[in-house]
Design a protein around this ligand. Structure first.
Ligand SMILES: [Zn+2]
Length: 271
């Protein structure tokens, strides 16, 4: 059995501020230790439940956050920044389940901890429904018939994910108080919960349906700032709707995900 873990830092226990998600500070060092511990808890539990191979995608920022020597030997780590298929590298039909660890709420979510969708300057909708990173990753996995078997993150992110992935077990790592504040559970407690829920998730995963979408997919792209919207015009296939929003039709989720990631990269680029 092969399990794929996509790990992000914003939804990890105790992480509430951008100072904890990057940079040269003890705050970041501390946060990446907990990030590693939570991934370790999931991997060890998955192995004890029968997983023979686990891919861990160090999905946050430059993809260099994880401390690999703390993880079990069965684990293969996907790391490094600016990957063209960031988030779903090497995810294929051979995996039995996807774990999304440390997720955060979508751009513009009131009360979510550090909410964003690749960037905080853009938001996205698929067929009129708001989507975040976890929605896109779940749909990409769904195209490969891989179900999302476990999600963890702040209470607001889990609330959003509960609507789009109703049968997936979840672990709340902290209760959102604001965009940079939360009531946090003890880090050891979160690791315990992740261990227990991973084992349970693997037991029931055959009953969890992969997320699915078929045919042409309609994406709406909203940019927070009209000055940034002129950059998005450079992308072929994007149709302007108004001053700050565009429409795109993709043939599959890979096209949609690449377009979203491309837009976010353009918007964030420093010229
Ligand atoms: Zn992140």
């Amino acid at each position: 059995m092969k399990i794929y873990v996509i790990a992000d830092m914003e939804g990890v226990s105790g992480v509430v501020s951008p100072e904890q998600t990057g940079g040269a500070s003890w705050l970041y060092e501390n946060a990446r230790m907990q990030y590693t511990r939570e991934i370790k808890a999931v991997c060890e539990a998955a192995i004890s439940a029968g997983a023979e191979e686990i891919y861990v995608n160090d999905f946050h920022g430059n993809g260099l956050n994880l401390m690999p020597d703390a993880l079990p030997r069965e684990v293969m780590i996907i790391k490094g920044g600016f990957r063209p298929s960031s988030g779903y590298d090497l995810l294929d039909e051979t995996f039995s389940g996807l774990v999304m660890l440390g997720i955060h709420a979508r751009t513009g979510t009131y009360g979510g901890v550090l909410p964003h969708t690749y960037t905080g300057k853009m938001s996205f909708e698929i067929f009129g429904q708001p989507v975040g990173e976890f929605d896109v990753l779940a749909l990409l996995a769904g195209e490969k018939k891989v179900p999302v078997i476990l999600i963890s993150g702040d209470s607001k992110a889990l609330q959003q994910a509960g609507t789009s992935l109703p049968s997936t077990p979840g672990v709340i790592t902290k209760y959102s108080i604001g965009t940079e504040g939360a009531l946090c559970m003890h880090p050891d407690r979160v690791c315990e919960l992740l261990r227990d829920e991973t084992k349970r998730a693997i037991k029931i995963m055959s009953s969890i349906e992969p997320a699915q979408i078929s045919g042409a997919i309609q994406l709406k792209v909203n940019v927070a700032d009209v000055c940034l919207s002129s950059r998005i015009e450079w992308i072929p296939g994007l149709k302007r709707i108004d001053d700050t929003s565009f429409e795109f039709t993709g043939r599959n989720m890979k096209e949609i995900a690449n377009l979203m990631y491309g837009c976010a990269t353009l918007v964030e680029a420093k010229f």
